[in-house]
Design a protein around this ligand. Structure first.
Ligand code: NAP
Length: 254
């Protein structure tokens, strides 16, 4: 069987590219030769700035920007229509990064509405967007799907059980699809970060003080960077022999 790990010339769809980790993934994949379809939900200015930064380095690669609230099935369907219209194809690489997590730790403070919304944004949308993406990948017998999950999936979290459950669900989705679709040419993996600063979720190490994510509790003694998340995502895109894996990116935190 031919081994094809070339990502140059492919189209990558990255959700939540208006945020820290999504933007870093966009920069890294773009530097490695992919065209980009990028989404934002509310922060258009941030994505416009990223597109402006990347456009001078385009060299024939295309970048498109799309508004999409991933909690709405209609938005996800419109996103795929727009991508097809603007790039003439559906994505070859899908980075399911958009995510939500309001920091509420105690189950008694987590409302049922908050539970439903968190599951909707993080898990239900991951299922729907994957369903929309796999047909094109199957047809060409090549695809890469990477979910940004979290260390929280395993229970360790500065957030509550709603967030952990949503991210554990994403890992289950990914591992099941890796098994069921192993022969399709599509790989499914997740990157499970912890304490990544320079993001909307955690701006600085200062915000982690006194929490279980305090850098004094992290074995390597610092927070992680968005570039380090992007490194793992790009590696997974280039490594078709790896599927069904969850990469814990946590500076040694368990
Ligand atoms: N930072 C960490 O330490 C850490 C650790 C573990 C996992 N993660 C995961 O990493 C991913 C990226 O987060 P980040 O750390 O980069 O934080 P961020 O900078 O706050 O980015 C979050 C992104 O998700 C988008 N988003 C939120 N709700 C959405 C919705 N309903 N529909 C569509 N997009 C939505 C935001 O879009 P707008 O801003 O445009 O609204 C933004 O682009 C998330 O899945 C998060 O759970 C982060």
């Amino acid at each position: 069987m031919v081994v094809d790990n070339e990502i140059k010339g492919r189209l990558a769809l990255i959700t939540g590219a208006s945020g820290g980790i999504g933007a870093a993934c966009a920069r890294d994949l773009f530097a490695n030769g992919t065209s980009l379809a990028l989404t934002y939900s509310s922060n258009k200015a941030s994505l416009d700035q990223l597109v402006e930064e990347l456009t001078p380095q385009a060299e024939g690669k295309k970048i498109s920007s799309h508004q999409c609230d991933v909690s709405k099935e209609g938005d996800l369907r419109r996103l795929f229509d727009e991508v097809k219209q603007q790039h003439g194809q559906h994505p070859d690489i899908l980075v399911v990064n958009a995510g939500y997590g309001k920091r509420t730790s105690n189950i008694l403070d987590i409302s049922i509405e908050e539970w439903d919304y968190t599951i909707n944004v993080n898990l239900r949308s991951s299922f729907i967007i994957t369903k929309l993406a796999v047909s094109h990948m199957q047809e060409q017998h090549w695809g890469r799907v990477i979910y940004i999950s979290s260390i929280a999936a395993g229970g360790t979290s500065i957030n509550g059980c709603h967030y952990s459950a949503s991210k554990a669900g994403v890992q289950g989705l990914s591992k099941n699809l890796a098994n069921k679709m192993g022969k399709s040419g599509i790989t499914f993996n997740d990157v499970a970060p912890a304490m990544i600063t320079g993001t909307g979720m955690i701006a600085t190490e200062e915000q982690l003080k006194g929490t279980p994510g305090d850098v004094s509790n992290i074995p390597v003694g610092r927070s992680g960077s968005t570039q380090e998340c992007a490194n793992a995502v790009t590696m997974l895109c280039r490594t078709g022999y790896m599927t069904g894996q969850s990469l814990l990116l946590s500076g040694g935190l368990k």
